[in-house]
Write a protein that binds this ligand. Structure first.
Ligand code: SAM
Ligand code: SF4
Ligand code: SF4
Length: 386
């Protein structure tokens, strides 16, 4: 948000606590969801993202700017966090309703003490067909070199590491805690050595800040077995001072890559996938799997709400139906009450059946120069989980 002040522009950072909840709808009868649970737009429930901490050791300006997330910031007290048992019980209810993929996130999930214990509990869950879940985790990589093997041993299959460039000075500036690139790269190496598969690297592209790192990053990870994904800088939360002119549309990312590294479009590997996939081409212009692929996540310029099948469980057990929501549903009070597992499932089913969120679609209908539309109050990504 910009306020004009005698010709000068000063950035105002609103600090609004949106951690209040929506009223719960009446629970659904089991028959209403037992075959295939859908929201009001016909979207199934498939992915669950769980934020395991609202704390982080980085201060990426697009996510947890230092001016807001300072040493006196009111992080949640430990007693407000869902315990591992509460998370696992809630996850089990989601699995009964269709969830097949769980992503642990935050904040920085590897800061949560004994996270591997939670991973082991989630890895033991089974779908109604008796199959294991797809369990993954998104991390800034700072603790990965130390923890990769324990995570793998606990049952983690995949990992996504965030890294915004290879230029050490730029990366240190973007994480704003002077953290070096080399340590994140060591974390990625450790994840590969531990046998974690389908490793992905997420790079948030901010025009004018790190867009010159697109090609060096692509050259570095091409053929390495790691899939690099470029994420459009999003207007998530209310504290990052987002501006449309700092978004580099994915189409331009692809154009810049194509100038040096020919790419061919690949099909989505799963419905509701957030990234559009591109494969590196061989001399004949055909996809060369040995060189791997990249992805672009165009949350701003190409809305993908139409098949969004993701639910988010916040650190303190609030259920959010959209990354851009301002309020969630308080599942923690249900879990800590005397609710049966069946009643918990019925309640979550009713919430999902009432879902109509499609923030990015609505944003794309707004004039291109409108900032932070259509809702101004939004919960922070570090709390809800990316
Ligand atoms: N701390 C972990 C990390 O950075 O990977 C997990 C949590 S972080 C909120 C999850 C993902 O959200 C990261 O890949 C991060 O780059 C991305 N992210 C955060 N703020 C963003 C923004 N404003 N626009 C686009 N992506 C963002
Ligand atoms: Fe921390 Fe991840 Fe947010 Fe960066 S993007 S501040 S690493 S939670
Ligand atoms: Fe899903 Fe909301 Fe993102 Fe649309 S804006 S894709 S509904 S999380």
């Amino acid at each position: 948000m910009l306020r004009h002040n005698g010709g000068m522009s000063e950035r105002i950072i609103p600090l609004v606590d949106l951690r209040n909840s929506l009223p719960l709808p009446p629970p659904s009868a089991p028959l209403a969801w037992s075959s295939s649970l859908q929201d009001v737009r016909g979207r199934p429930l498939h992915d669950l993202r769980i934020s395991v901490t609202d704390r982080c050791n980085f201060r990426c300006s697009y996510c947890m700017p230092k001016e807001v997330f300072h040493k006196d910031y009111p992080y949640l007290p430990h007693s407000d966090l869902l315990t591992f048992e509460e998370i696992t019980r809630t996850a089990q209810a989601f699995v009964a309703l269709g969830v097949r993929k769980i992503r642990l996130t935050g904040g920085e999930p590897l800061l949560r003490k004994n996270i591997e214990v939670l991973i082991a509990q989630l890895a033991a869950l089974r779908t109604p067909e008796g199959l294991p879940l797809d369990i993954t985790l998104t991390t800034n990589g700072s603790l990965l070199a130390r923890k990769a093997q324990a995570l793998k041993d606990a049952g983690l299959q995949r990992v996504t590491v965030s890294l915004d460039g290879l230029d050490d000075a730029i990366f240190r500036q973007m994480n704003d805690v002077d953290f070096p690139v080399a340590d994140v790269l060591a974390g990625i190496d450790a994840a590969q050595a531990a046998g974690l598969s389908s490793i992905k690297v997420n790079m948030v592209v901010k025009r004018g800040t790190n867009d010159h790192e697109i090609l060096p990053m692509a050259r570095h990870f091409k053929g390495s077995g790691v899939t690099l994904r470029f994420i459009e800088y999003m207007d998530v939360g209310a504290t990052n001072g987002w501006r449309m002119d700092e978004v580099l549309p994915s189409a331009q990312v692809i154009e810049r890559l194509q100038a040096e590294l020919p790419l061919v479009a690949l099909r989505a590997s799963a419905p509701g996938e957030t990234a559009q996939r591109w494969g590196y081409a061989d001399a004949q212009g055909l996809f060369d799997p040995s060189q791997g692929e990249i992805g672009v996540i165009s949350s701003v310029t190409q809305a993908f709400c139409g098949d969004c099948n993701r639910a988010r469980l916040s650190t303190e057990g609030q259920l959010y139906l959209c990354l851009f929501a301002s309020q969630g549903y308080d599942l923690r009070s249900l879990i800590r009450g005397s609710l049966s597992d069946e009643a918990l499932r019925q309640q979550i089913a009713a919430i999902w059946q009432g879902r109509s969120d499609r923030y990015s679609e609505l944003r794309s209908l707004m004039p291109p120069d409108s900032e932070q539309a259509p809702a101004r109050k939004r919960v922070e990504m570090s709390y809800i989980g990316g």
